[in-house]
Write a protein of this length. Structure first.
Length: 352
């Protein structure tokens, strides 16, 4: 009996121009294509002669069960997701169904024996391939500027499978930690209050004028982009096809672009000769980086500031502050060679 294959395909935002070559090839080589009805329409030009299984929005587990069933018949199955299959997509539920059914990969290498031979577990023969695609946060960010240049996270407002207190805690923590945040599944016909609750949680920690971009149907026929602010966010046209991007405390709007600085201005004179600011060193941590902060922390504590006051000043847990004070101070960074400024050497501050 021939063994089948399940290909978990991320088709990106939905336009042919933004689908990877491997995603197109996987759909073309598949015997069966399974997906949400809207996603099936987005790849209609690749479906001639194939078995098509269309499912509704809430039938994710059914899609995974159908994929397993067809793969057991020896078929190649393309199970498609918009964006990336591993980001709120079909990869997770598919593996849940597979593992509950007792699936193991075709072969798993455990270790080598004394003679140097590999010990392997032979699985049930069904191969699984995950084919990545651009998720909504990538697609939407590309349309509005550079909002994700610094630390960011994504949070789904769908409470169909996740308790609201869990979602609320994540929203509050992300807002307080000053992440740029992408909100998935922000609103539907029945779920209208969640976006308002999210707004109120963010307003506890962010300025009302924080930039917000709302992108609906990115790179599709009915694409719509709206810029607003945090205090007006809930008034915007938001639906299930929207992704909401909330900036951090440094995000700004200029020339119709939403931009989050990486932090070069903390170290370099970005408006002048781009030299290193006083007290900073190119290619080394900021003076307020970990080592510099620890030095300041010890100095402030020695000058009389209590652990509780220091925790309040830095908005960090008291026990973390105490542990930092209890640990020995690190050795100062020693420069082995001079580094050039960004103007001369490109990007010395990590991945740009």
């Amino acid at each position: 009996m021939s063994h089948g294959k399940i290909m978990l395909v991320g088709i990106g935002p939905g336009s042919a121009d933004h689908m990877t070559a491997r995603a197109r090839a996987a759909i073309q080589e598949a015997d069966t294509v399974i997906g949400y009805v809207t996603y099936i329409r987005l790849v209609a030009d690749l479906l001639d002669g194939k078995e098509i299984i269309r499912k509704s929005m809430t039938e994710e587990l059914d899609r995974a069960v159908e994929a397993l069933s067809r793969a057991r018949e020896g078929k190649k199955v393309a199970l498609i997701s918009s964006g990336d299959a591993g980001v709120y997509g079909m990869a997770g539920p598919t593996f849940e169904v597979l593992l509950q059914a007792g699936w193991t990969p075709p072969a798993i290498t455990l270790e080598t024996d004394e003679a140097g031979h590999e010990q392997r577990i032979v699985g049930d023969g069904i191969e699984v391939e995950i084919i990545p695609g651009a998720s909504a946060l990538n697609s939407c960010a590309a349309l509005v500027g550079a909002p994700l240049t610094h630390d960011f996270c994504s949070i789904s407002l769908s409470d169909l499978l996740t308790p609201w207190p869990t979602i609320a805690r994540r929203l509050d923590a992300a807002a307080q930690a000053d992440f740029v945040v992408a909100l998935y599944n922000p609103k539907s016909g029945r779920r209208t209050r969640q976006i308002v609750e999210a707004q109120q949680l963010f307003l506890r920690h962010r300025s009302p004028t924080t930039p917000v971009a709302i992108v609906k149907s990115a790179y599709r026929r009915r694409q719509h982009i709206e810029f607003t602010t945090l205090d007006r966010m809930a008034e915007a046209d938001i639906g299930m096809l929207s992704t909401v991007l909330i900036g951090n405390s440094n995000t700004f709007m200029q020339h119709g672009l939403m931009i989050t600085p990486r932090g070069y201005a903390n170290k370099y004179d970005v408006t002048g000769d781009r030299g290193v600011k006083g007290g900073e060193r190119s290619g080394r941590s900021l003076s307020s980086g970990l080592n510099g902060w620890l030095q300041s922390l010890h100095a402030d504590h020695a000058a009389g500031m209590s652990v509780a006051d220091l925790a309040a000043q830095y908005r960090l847990p008291v026990d973390y502050i105490q542990a930092s004070l209890d640990a020995p101070l690190p050795e100062p960074e020693v420069s082995k060679s001079r580094r050039k400024t960004p103007a001369a050497s490109g990007s010395p501050e990590g991945n740009a």
